[in-house]
Design a protein around this ligand. Structure first.
Ligand SMILES: Nc1ncnc2c1ncn2[C@@H]1O[C@H](COP(=O)(O)OP(=O)(O)OP(=O)(O)O)[C@@H](O)[C@H]1O
Length: 308
């Protein structure tokens, strides 16, 4: 796949001496939805701000569509749309003017038909003459997205798109992101909500204390999510897995008193019946059994603990 965004060895130390990013390298592929997960203060906003040319990195380079964000700022920035968390100005302006003005900022010629398409796709068309101050919170968020799309960017950053919005609007946002992806836009979103990453992302990156600690395909994470463990408390400890059970996905607990069987909880056949028959044939008996499931949340929390 072609990377549309290449972040290489980016570090950021703020003026006070605080190191917010440590040697970040990340490639984002054209057309993918990438979710950047991380706790408060992890460095998500700093990273986005560097990619958008709002904050200067202490070291490292960022290329957007092959253009260096520092040396070739206008070309690189024109490819990027940024949806911030909050609307800061323009309270007295109309939706139409605000969005059209954003397009002009990037030196793009006026294109009323395109602005109309964006407003319609965001269900803002019948609000086009409303002043921003008269809109609900959800509508204001849509205006932020329309503004970010006004200059036809290829890469869209959504900073916490659904923080503090109600469930219905969150679902709308998810749909919207999917429909944007269908138009070929690459989307990078930051979120605290693991559910959101699960729902939308093709790949997930986890950032903690300024470091990327994991980047993985969501399906791979879901595979981990779907993996379940059946733990059998044995009557008598085993020294090893008996050869007749060697084909099974089995492992032994620390003292040989627990036999652990890992299986995919989403498959129709867990293989547990075959396992139990095999245990019976091998003369292995157990006192008790239980199952455990790891969730993306567990993986996430575990990762953060490991690194702390
Ligand atoms: N201008 C600045 N000067 C000094 N330190 C800063 C500055 N901006 C951010 N920081 C610090 O850098 C760290 C990372 O902040 P950043 O806003 O990038 O985190 P975040 O992952 O976006 O957090 P949140 O989820 O809370 O938005 C924090 O410890 C923050 O206090």
């Amino acid at each position: 796949m072609t990377p549309i965004l290449s972040i290489s060895s980016v570090s950021k130390t703020y003026a006070g001496g605080f190191q917010a990013l440590k040697n970040i390298s990340l490639e984002i592929n054209k057309g993918e939805i990438f979710a950047l997960l991380g706790p408060n203060g992890a460095g998500k906003t700093t990273l986005i701000s560097i990619v958008c040319g709002l904050v200067t990195p202490s070291t490292g380079t960022v290329l957007a569509g092959g253009h260096d964000i520092l040396r070739d700022y206008r070309k690189a920035r024109a490819l990027i749309g940024l949806v911030p968390q909050e609307l800061t100005s323009d309270a007295f302006e109309s939706v139409w003017n605000t969005v059209s003005f954003s397009r002009g900022l990037f030196g793009k010629p006026a294109d009323p038909a395109y602005i109309e398409k964006v407003l319609r796709s965001l269900s803002l068309w019948n609000k086009k003459d409303n002043r921003l101050m008269t809109l609900s919170g959800g509508m204001k968020r849509r205006v932020l997205i329309a503004k970010a799309l006004a200059h036809e960017p290829q890469i869209l950053f959504l900073d916490e798109p659904t923080a503090g919005v109600d469930v219905a609007l969150r679902k709308d946002m998810w749909e919207l992101v999917n429909s944007l992806r269908a138009t070929g836009v690459t989307i990078i979103l930051t979120t605290h909500y693991i559910e959101e990453a699960e729902e939308m992302a093709d790949r997930v990156g986890v950032i903690n204390r300024g470091e990327i600690i994991l980047v993985e395909e969501k399906t791979e994470l879901m595979r981990k999510l779907g993996s379940k463990r059946l733990i059998l408390d044995l009557q008598a400890p085993l020294a090893g897995i008996p050869p007749e059970l060697a084909e099974q996905p089995l492992s032994l607990g620390p003292q040989g008193t627990e036999l652990i069987y890992t299986y995919d909880a989403r498959r129709e056949h867990s293989g547990i019946a075959t396992l139990l028959k095999g245990l019976h044939d091998a003369g292995i008996t157990f006192k008790d059994l239980r199952t455990e499931q790891s969730s993306l949340e567990d993986i996430f929390v575990g990762l953060l603990k490991e690194k702390s």
